[in-house]
Design a protein around this ligand. Structure first.
Ligand SMILES: CC(C)(COP(=O)(O)OP(=O)(O)OC[C@H]1O[C@@H](n2cnc3c(N)ncnc32)[C@H](O)[C@@H]1OP(=O)(O)O)[C@@H](O)C(=O)NCCC(=O)NCCS
Length: 156
């Protein structure tokens, strides 16, 4: 199948800070992508990282309140694990039928622009080992393996 050209509707979609009116659309899109309905989680994410949150958060949406086509959430975090201030991306999602049209890249660039404006020169994220799409996406943005490794153990 021919790859869609980047002159598509995705280019015209507005990217802006999330408002509370966008949350229903974010929850609906997340349900579409993950199959899970998590209203409390998204309201909490908005309270923490939305425009009226702590100030270091960044919650951006693509689309309008009637239909959210994508979103990205991140925050500047300082000195956790001994790390100097850096931007973290916690979540990025794009509506399935609008993928591979550049919208995810625009969302990522928009959050990076906000990190840069805050004086931050590094962005980090964490990805599931088996999610090849998200690996490919972040690699395409220029991200490579960082200096930390995640450890975990099961608590009985
Ligand atoms: C990851 C995701 C946000 C990417 O959004 P997108 O709008 O499709 O991304 P872009 O169109 O900007 O793609 C940029 C690059 O990412 C890579 N990429 C994106 N989708 C890909 C796929 N399905 N397979 C391989 N590479 C892919 C490509 O290198 C692409 O560049 P190219 O089109 O020049 O080849 C989207 O696929 C998504 O929402 N996935 C499901 C949610 C998810 O897993 N989120 C991560 C956990 S929070």
């Amino acid at each position: 199948m021919a790859k869609p050209q980047r002159s598509d509707p995705a280019e015209a979609i507005d990217i802006r800070p999330a408002t509370v009116a966008d949350l229903a659309g974010v929850i609906a899109l997340d349900e579409e992508v993950t199959g899970l309905v998590k209203p409390e989680y998204w309201h909490d994410m908005f309270a923490r990282y939305g425009a009226r949150g702590t100030g270091s958060g960044c919650f951006l949406v693509a689309g309008n309140p009637a239909r959210i086509d994508g979103f990205i959430v991140g925050e500047v975090r300082a000195w956790e694990f001994g790390s100097p201030p850096s931007g973290w991306v916690f979540a990025v999602q794009v509506r399935a039928r609008l993928r591979v049209l550049g919208l995810g890249s625009r969302l990522f660039e928009a959050v990076c622009a906000r990190f840069r404006a805050a004086g931050i020169d590094r962005v980090r994220t964490m990805v599931a080992r088996d999610n090849t799409v998200i690996h490919s996406f972040f690699r395409s943005q220029g991200m490579t393996a960082g200096p930390f490794i995640e450890l975990e153990m099961r608590l009985e």
